[in-house]
Ligand binder design. Structure first.
Ligand code: ADP
Length: 417
């Protein structure tokens, strides 16, 4: 509480001199994506990515606002070195956008798994770090990488408060009837096996944007948000709260995705392992990395290429597209039932924002349910593409901005969990 008060005072004081700037970091196992955002006008000052961290030929890409993009290949030993490079770029006399590290008022970290501990963004303390560490069991690839980013910032930017924004947080409002699996209840009690859901920052962001666009309070809207990227999930949002989502204990459940299989009969896991003589790591890789659109087509998980191949007459690619859209459609139907009524359907993510074909195939024949697309508006990628009673909107997601806003809220002392 005292710390939060101190942050508030120091930030407010700073705001008088200069607008608040937030550094958003998305730390993966071998990459760090970053954006520096000026919160006054939510303007992006610079963005970039350090890829292949841990190798001698790591790729650094940096784009300062209004200036040329910079690309460099060099050795980057670890996450701390990567963040050191990010800072040197932001402070660079020629390409930089700030003059002093102290101009970074706060750092917003994307953290993948917050388990049941976080239902909102939080100031990162030792207690929070311990919780994120406990959640490694649920996200063994992601949470350790997120922690590396946090630790590197602690070392390099000790004066800037760090805020954790969790992919799972938005879904903490899902009721037990939707998050408990039909497994022995003891497994929930013992191992916290349940549906957690992911992409929460994106689902929440586009739901808010939809309400703003429609000039209707979010509290009165029933929305289904379809985040269709390489990973994909659908969420039922009732009055601004997530009430169900398609990803589960891990991001493997739900829709057919770029390389993930989504829902399958769980009995297939031991069956395939036995027949194909696979170990646990191998079956995990099969379902996470070699399935979905890549597994179905045998060539690609890029929707543009798949659409092109289908247009060129490839039956397999056409079938893959049909399977993909059929799953999205089934989830829309089931979430309409879960919500009891639907006001808005939102498409977002790389596929949702761009693929006219995926949106068309998904919504085709749903007129009787009130979902219909205006073909011209869909083709033109307009914001409102609906022709029926239910609003169908295309809303670009911006997870970095959502993280920056959460960070600002915590810095200004509005609090979190
Ligand atoms: P990630 O989940 O990695 O953040 P994105 O949300 O950026 O992914 O989405 C990546 C996907 O978006 C890719 O499969 C890509 O093919 C698809 N995509 C991007 N642009 C288009 C387009 N114009 N038409 C169809 N698909 C597109």
């Amino acid at each position: 509480m005292l710390y939060s008060y101190f942050i508030t005072r120091s930030c407010l004081h700073k705001e008088k001199e200069t607008a608040m700037k937030v550094l958003v970091l998305n730390s993966g196992s071998s990459s760090i994506k970053f954006q520096l955002i000026r919160m006054e006008d939510e303007n992006l000052l610079a963005k970039g990515i350090v890829e292949k961290i841990g190798s001698i030929d790591a790729i650094i890409t940096y784009q300062p606002e209004g200036k040329a993009k910079i690309r460099e290949i060099r050795e980057v030993k670890n996450h701390e070195v990567a963040i050191e490079i990010v800072l040197s770029l932001l402070l660079h006399p020629q390409h930089g956008v700030i003059r002093d590290k102290a101009e970074i008022d706060g750092i917003g970290h994307r953290v993948v798994h917050g388990g049941e501990d976080f239902s909102g963004a939080v100031l990162i303390t030792d207690k929070v770090i311990a919780s994120v560490r406990r959640c490694i069991q649920f996200a063994p690839l992601h949470n350790p990488a997120n922690l590396k980013g946090i630790e590197a910032c602690e070392a390099l930017l000790p004066a800037s408060p760090q805020i954790g924004v969790f992919d799972t947080a938005f879904h903490q409002t899902i009721p037990p009837k939707a998050y408990i699996y039909g497994l022995p209840y003891a497994l929930y009690e013992k191992l916290r096996i349940r549906r957690y859901g992911f992409h929460g920052t994106s689902h929440s962001f586009v739901a808010h944007r939809a309400a703003e666009f429609l000039k209707t309070p979010l509290a009165g809207l029933k929305i289904i948000t379809c985040h269709l990227g390489n990973g994909a999930s659908i969420t039922a949002v009732d009055g601004g709260k997530s009430v169900d989502t398609s990803m589960g204990f891990t991001p493997l459940e739900g829709l057919v995705m770029g390389t993930r299989c989504g829902d399958i009969d769980p009995a297939l896991v031991p069956y395939i392992m036995e027949r194909e003589k696979l170990g646990t790591k191998e079956i995990d890789a099969l379902m996470n990395k070699n399935s979905g659109m890549l597994g179905l087509t045998g060539t690609s998980n890029d929707m543009r290429e798949i659409e092109q191949e289908a247009a060129n007459g490839s039956e397999r690619h056409r079938l893959a597209l049909e399977i993909y859209c059929y799953h999205v459609r089934k989830y829309i139907g089931s979430y309409m039932a879960a919500l009891g009524r639907l006001d808005v359907l939102v498409f977002t993510g790389g596929v949702g924002e761009n693929s006219r074909l995926v949106r068309r195939l998904t919504c085709e024949g749903l007129d009787a349910l009130g979902i219909a697309l205006d073909p011209k508006k869909n083709e033109a990628n307009e914001r409102d593409i609906s022709a029926g009673k239910i609003k169908v909107l295309v809303i670009p997601t911006n997870e970095e901005l959502a993280i920056a806003r959460d960070t600002r809220r915590i810095l200004e002392g509005a609090g979190g969990d």
